[in-house]
Ligand binder design. Structure first.
Ligand SMILES: N[C@H](CCC[C@H](N)C(=O)O)C(=O)O
Length: 289
């Protein structure tokens, strides 16, 4: 009843790829919490590969945060899925379906993986926000002393999942994101909570970014947050539509293409494999070959 899994990472974003093909059950929230409770398998997201649900797609992917909640999108995790399936099948291009829609992934000759993350959404009800904002390039939200807020006026967008990008002039490491992150993630403005990022633009094609992820906390990298930062940077004229985003774990390349799709390029790394029970989260590590 166990399924194979791989412990992987996408730029230090801790990912577990679980092979749920040929089964009708799902990785339970309880299993996710139990897997995350063990040091060796502490993770940010589980990417569960299921049989396809729609003709023309290769697989349906379910994304589970470390708190057991489900996410609509995960850029770093999708790259890990592409790498795992490329290693297994020898093919390089895949079409996936998630709750947020259809997306493409491809491993290049250089080993870097590009994922088409789809089109960003900017309407307040699409993100979603709890109240109407005509312009989501800058919404009223602040934290810290009322007359001297530490973070304020984020740009918000959906990359399938909700993101707020707070623009800062100072070093992103000078902010206590561990303290502000949980408050902003759960702010009443975000009925489905949100991923919270602080972004420093250092050149029109360069952003330094830290993210507090919804359902996972501080992470080394968040692919969809990098996409949201570039899209929000471009529509507020802070950046070009193509930029390198430097995250604690390293660099990602993001391009908001003329066809409105956002392409995310970066590495993925396989660490080790094992077998897990998707109901309880009990797992064993495979013997090294
Ligand atoms: N690590 C992910 C994002 C996970 C999203 C999740 N935290 C949520 O939206 O709930 C990424 O690379 O895009």
């Amino acid at each position: 009843m166990n399924v194979p899994f791989a412990k992987m990472n996408g730029l230090g974003n801790q990912i577990i790829v679980a092979d749920m093909r040929g089964r009708t059950d799902r990785v339970s929230a309880e299993a996710a919490v139990n897997i995350n409770a063990r040091a060796e398998t502490r993770f940010d997201q589980i990417m569960a590969i299921h049989d396809p649900r729609t003709p023309g797609t290769n697989n349906y992917i379910e994304i589970i945060n470390s708190d057991g909640s489900r996410a609509e999108a995960c850029g770093n995790g999708m790259r890990c899925v592409v790498q795992a399936l490329t290693a297994e099948q020898g093919r390089h291009r895949f079409i996936f379906e998630t709750v947020a829609g259809i997306l493409f992934g491809e491993e290049g000759e250089d080993g870097l993986i590009t994922v088409d993350m789809g089109t960003p959404k900017f309407a307040w009800y699409e993100i979603p926000l709890a109240e109407e904002f005509a312009d989501t390039r800058q919404v009223e939200l602040q934290i810290g002393p009322i007359d001297a807020p530490v973070l304020h006026s984020p740009s918000v967008a959906s990359m399938g999942n909700p993101h707020a990008t707070f623009w800062v002039k100072d070093d992103v490491w000078s902010f206590a994101l561990d303290r502000f992150g949980p408050l902003l993630e759960n702010h009443p403005l975000f009925p489905e909570r949100a991923n919270i990022s602080i972004a420093q633009v250092t050149a029109p094609d360069r952003i330094i970014l830290r993210t507090w992820e919804r359902g996972a906390g501080l992470t080394e990298a968040c692919g969809t947050a990098a996409c949201a930062a570039v899209v929000n940077g471009a529509r507020t004229r802070r950046t070009a539509r193509k930029a390198t985003v430097t995250l604690p774990g390293g660099d990602l390349a993001v391009e908001w293409q003329p066809d409105d799709h956002v392409a995310l390029t970066g590495p993925a790394e396989w660490e080790w494999g094992g077998q897990l029970d998707p109901a309880t989260g009990a797992w064993t590590r495979d013997e090294a070959a």
